[in-house]
Each structure stands twice: as C-alpha cells, then as structure tokens.
Design a protein around this ligand. Structure first.
Ligand code: AKG
Ligand code: NI
Length: 185
C-alpha cells in the first residue's frame, strides 16, 4: 500500500493549494463548515453523507507576475478517505489560461494508478499545501483554455499549474463533485 501524507485534522477537508503569498484561495464551502463545526460536532459528517452531489466550490487567484506554482498533486491526498473519494473537479478559468499564466497540466492515465506519496510544501507541516515528487513532468499535457472553458479531473489525476508570469491575473472557479461517502455505498 502506498502511504499517504496525513495532513493535520484541520486541513484534511480543505483543498487550499500552495497558500503562500502568491495564491489566494477562498474555500466557501469549507469556511461555512468551520462555522457549523463549532456549533455541533458531527453535523458536518452527517451533512456530507446526505449531500451526494456537489460538495465544494473554490476560487483560486493567481495574481499577475506573482501567482505561485501549484505543485504536482492528486486531490485525493487532501480528502478525508471516509467521505471524499470519487471526486471529479470542474476547473473553469475566468481569465485566459495559458502555460505562462498557469493553465492546468495533467499526467494522462494517472487517474488509473495509486495515490502517490505526498509531503507538505517545503516539508513544513504548517503549510497546508501538499505535493508529490513521484511524478515525471515530461509526461505532462498542458490544457490552455479561454475564459469560460473547462477541464475535468478525477481525484487521482496528477495535476499542476505553473506560476503566473504574465501581466494578467489568472482566476479560476472550481466545482468539486463527489460520489457517496464510503459508509453510504
Ligand atoms: O488552479 C490551480 O492552480 C490548481 C487547481 C487544482 O489543483 C484543482 O482544481 O484541483
Ligand atoms: Ni488539485
């Protein structure tokens, strides 16, 4: 069995990649749940079991000339394995997404393979973002998109985005959908 990195409990449900100064993430759904968790522990899990369809919306902002790389990862490394497996993410740029501005890049076929070993960025457990070194970037396929286009990726698909080196921001809207929680199958 390939080991997974175990993020601390507060970070397991958030998929906030590379939260350095270059990227800004607004996990609306998670922010809401943090409020719920304080009021009634256990309510989050109950709600997640009931919600069988779309679970999370995120926005990622890579500022012009500043937005940091999102390192190679599989989304599964972030998910609570009891709840979030079988996700598919719809990634929609609101600005032109090119290799230079940070379009999505994928390793074809990686969704059929195992979860790779992930570690915290900079090996710093205080950094929420995870990354894997177990990847051959020469196999990457970049997917440039016009605003309003979309890519779809499975929770095991290896993916990455480069830093934004252009003069324009690169904003993306991401819809994460998943299947039933394990215990509900
Ligand atoms: O937009 C990015 O930089 C990365 C997005 C991502 O990793 C995802 O949607 O799963
Ligand atoms: Ni991702």
């Amino acid at each position: 069995m390939i080991p997974r990195s175990i993020p601390n409990s507060s970070s397991r449900r958030l998929h906030s990649i590379n939260p350095g100064p270059g990227n800004s993430h607004v996990p609306d759904f998670c922010t809401n749940l943090i409020g719920v968790r304080k009021r009634r522990p256990g309510l989050i899990e109950a709600r997640q079991r009931r919600r069988r369809k779309c679970r999370m919306v995120r926005r990622i902002y890579k500022p012009a000339q500043y937005g940091a790389e999102t390192p190679w990862h599989q989304d599964e490394a972030y998910w609570n394995p009891d709840v979030y497996l079988n996700s598919v993410s719809v990634w929609m740029p609101l600005d032109a997404a090119t290799v230079e501005s940070g379009c999505m890049q994928f390793i074809p076929g990686s969704h059929k393979e195992d979860l790779r070993w992930h570690r915290h960025i900079d090996n710093d457990p205080l950094i929420h973002g995870l990354m894997t070194d177990d990847v051959d970037p020469r196999q990457a396929v970049a997917c440039p998109l016009a605003p309003g286009g979309a890519t779809f990726h499975n929770y095991r698909t290896l993916h990455h985005t480069a830093p934004n080196t252009t003069d324009n921001p690169r904003r993306a809207y991401i819809l994460v959908c998943s299947g039933p929680a394990k215990e509900a199958r």
